[in-house]
Design a protein around this ligand. Structure first.
Ligand SMILES: *Cc1c(COP(=O)(O)O)cnc(C)c1O
Length: 369
């Protein structure tokens, strides 16, 4: 059966790794896009030691509140309308303010003193050039928000934190630090800072500030280009498996699947696995793509290449690496988990782990380990 297994213990372990990396900072655990595809309901109980969670949409924030999350919720793109701002107040959600309309809603509708919405994440554009005020705009907005009674967290987002040596990192850090210092001098020493996503948390330990905002690292994928999950001691939080439903031997020169893309060089034993892009396995993978076939009788695991086109419901794998006497029909096949790790599958699919995780569909059953 197609199965997504979520491992809350792995998430807690990875959160603890973040806390070791950033012992002085609070942790805003990012659970946007249904907790990177893992399912918010499954993930929240593993994050009780986080100081808050971060989401991208108001619906996601509300879902987390309904699931009983009673600590900080940070809405990282802020309210989209004045009405959403009002609802954020009603549900104690802390919002990013990244442009003038949001500033206006906040100044026109000031939440009560005890409200979590009195904490505002003020977004400074330091070089990503998506959301945020420029230096001048951020200083002006901070002054007005402070005078209206808001507590401020200056925030920005790295464009290249995965690549430590990228020249924009130093510039973003410099701009952020300069403005944070200026705000603390001219407005209030109490203003907090938040700079680092997962990659920044790993690569820039001098610049963690008050809040780090880890996402992908919590799910057990490496956020940086030069360190593996083994080096970072992370555990994958999702494993994706399916089942062998048929066996075949194709003759030399026979082709397999749509487009007859893969042609057998010799007689080849193959297996049909009941999974495809309709489940979230990527349709286009390189010739290096492989899965692990597990012989249930002895738990032996074999590395088998994915051959032919990935279809909606099926893939074909080459089982010539598996001994002839191994038990194959009905065996479990691991598409990602410990091996292959999702970071490897992402390379084979020419994408990033984030996208694969978010693209798992509703079809596989979901269980927790
Ligand atoms: C998604 C997101 C993060 C987390 O990014 P990762 O690369 O997954 O660690 C941090 N901050 C903001 C504003 C985000 O939108």
């Amino acid at each position: 059966m197609r199965t997504i297994t979520i491992k809350p213990k792995a998430i807690t372990h990875n959160l603890n790794q973040v806390k070791k990396l950033a012992p002085q900072s609070k942790v805003l655990a990012m659970v946007k896009s249904n907790a990177y595809g893992h399912g918010v309901a499954a993930v929240l109980p593993a994050l009780t030691q986080a100081d808050g969670i971060g989401v991208a949409t108001f619906t996601e924030a509300l879902e987390a509140r309904q699931l009983g999350w009673n600590k900080t919720i940070g809405l990282v793109e802020g309210a989209f309308t004045a009405d959403e701002w009002q609802q954020a107040i009603e549900h104690d959600i802390s919002c990013v303010i990244h442009h003038v309309p949001q500033l206006t809603w906040a100044l026109d509708n000031i939440p009560p003193v005890e409200s979590a919405t009195r904490v505002v994440w003020l977004k400074y554009n330091t070089g990503m050039n998506r959301l945020g005020f420029n230096a001048e705009g951020v200083m002006a907005a901070a002054k007005r928000l402070h005078e209206a009674g808001y507590q401020l967290i200056l925030t920005t987002h790295f464009a290249n934190a995965d690549n430590r040596d990228h020249p924009l990192n130093a510039l973003q850090i410099q701009r952020f630090t300069d403005v944070l210092n200026a705000l603390r001098e001219s407005i209030s020493a109490d203003i907090k800072g938040s700079l680092c996503n997962s990659a920044g948390t790993v690569n820039f330990s001098e610049h963690h500030h008050d809040w780090v905002r880890p996402g992908i690292i919590l799910y057990g994928s490496s956020p940086v280009i030069d360190k593996s999950v083994q080096e970072l001691d992370l555990q994958p939080a999702m494993s994706f498996s399916a089942q062998i439903i048929a066996l075949q031997t194709v003759n030399a020169n026979d082709a397999i699947g749509y487009g007859s893309r893969w042609v057998a060089q010799q007689d080849t034993r193959t297996a049909l696995v009941s999974v495809g892009y309709g489940d979230g396995y990527p349709r286009v993978v390189s010739d290096d793509a492989y899965v692990s076939v597990i012989d249930s009788t002895n738990n032996q695991s074999y590395r088998c290449a994915v051959i032919g086109r990935v279809a909606m419901d099926m893939i074909v794998i080459d089982v010539s690496t598996v001994p002839e006497d191994a038990h194959l029909l009905d065996s479990q096949v691991l598409l990602w988990g410990d091996a292959p790790h999702i970071d490897e599958v992402a390379v084979h699919a020419d994408t990033i782990s984030y996208e694969l995780l978010c693209r798992v569909t509703m079809r596989p059953r979901r269980i927790q380990a």
